[in-house]
Design a protein around this ligand. Sequence first.
Ligand SMILES: *[C@@H]1O[C@H](CO)[C@@H](O)[C@H](O)[C@H]1NC(C)=O
Ligand SMILES: *[C@@H]1O[C@H](CO)[C@@H](O)[C@H](O)[C@H]1NC(C)=O
Ligand SMILES: *[C@@H]1O[C@H](CO)[C@@H](O)[C@H](O)[C@H]1NC(C)=O
Ligand SMILES: *[C@@H]1O[C@H](CO)[C@@H](O)[C@H](O)[C@H]1NC(C)=O
Length: 347
Amino acid sequence: MRLVIIFLLSALLPLCLSHGRDPFAWLYGQRSNYYGALQADTTGGECPSECDCPPSFPVAMYCDGRGLTAMPTIPSRIKYLYLQNNAIKAMPDSALVNATNLLWLMMHHNQLTSDAIGEKAFLKMGGLERLYLQHNNLISIPSNLPRSLRDLRINHNKIEKVTPADLEGMDNLTILYIHDNAVTEIGTSLKALVSLTLLDISGNKLTKVPEALPEQLHQLYLESNAIDSLPEGFLGRFTQLQYIRMSHNQLTDKGIPANTFNVTGLVELDLSFNKLERIPPVSTTLQHLYLQANQIKEFTLGSFCSIVDVTNFSKLRTLRLDGNEISRQDIPSDSSLCLRVASNIDV
Ligand SMILES: *[C@@H]1O[C@H](CO)[C@@H](O)[C@H](O)[C@H]1NC(C)=O
Ligand SMILES: *[C@@H]1O[C@H](CO)[C@@H](O)[C@H](O)[C@H]1NC(C)=O
Ligand SMILES: *[C@@H]1O[C@H](CO)[C@@H](O)[C@H](O)[C@H]1NC(C)=O
Ligand SMILES: *[C@@H]1O[C@H](CO)[C@@H](O)[C@H](O)[C@H]1NC(C)=O
């Protein structure tokens, strides 16, 4: 019976591949016992007994959620390796020597410490694109990470410092999640990341905006830090920035240079849970503005529109002003001319 199934599967395999199986599909939710039962057979190639290597997708190895405390052996054919949700404490230099073809390494929710990751552990992985290390106990970014990375997630660790050498030369890095760490200092470490579009550095201990952020960021998340002021011309440097989140900081009116947020291109601006007393001037192209839980005392229509006519009106759809020191009566009656498309104003 089992042989018949294997035969059928291998007959179907070229068909699946020709349809370009989405490798993402295996990340979420595949884990059927069906593949588990076939795992002992050799159609997929050798596979350590504590893991599953589905014959229909022989380049993937699933070892997640099995109570592992050490790295398994990794056959060299493996491209997608799932080791998340275990209790792995160490990644010695030798652990990944055969894993030269890895594209994805999922190591999140383990117990890795920085001391226990070998200096050379990552050296042989010339093509690694996705590395998930979130929810471990790291105090620094591991050294010698592959420069080929496109997506690095190292949030929810205990990282205090990022140095230029950590990320230098990662020309293809597009996503960097480093939120919920203890970063106080990042200097110019991110400047050279020419492909970075999403940076999440929220939930750290920054007291100022990192200098020299990559210019083509689309999304910049800085919420829940201790930032009290912004540098002059802060947003002017970006060419693609659409989403900026700075809620739960210590921003005051004084710390924000005039016209900081009056830049076209911005879609969403979150300044909630700060200490602002005025509504900062924003561009008429902004669509979502979050200002709840500040100390705003006045509704200044001029912050949204300096002129109002047929073509000059605000594109704002969402405006949150609840948890401030104003009420609905403070909104002037002629504001509907300017805030023409705002379907959602909370005061
Ligand atoms: C690497 O591959 C060799 C040859 O297949 C094998 O003997 C060795 O155990 C593997 N080492 C690891 C750490 O997977
Ligand atoms: C970035 O990606 C390109 C195209 O896939 C590749 O040729 C190049 O080697 C990569 N860069 C690095 C630093 O790996
Ligand atoms: C935003 O800047 C433009 C010029 O770039 C200016 O005309 C406009 O009045 C400014 N908006 C506000 C609300 O200050
Ligand atoms: C807004 O008003 C200015 C000055 O009256 C005008 O030059 C401009 O064309 C108007 N429209 C837009 C979309 O800025």
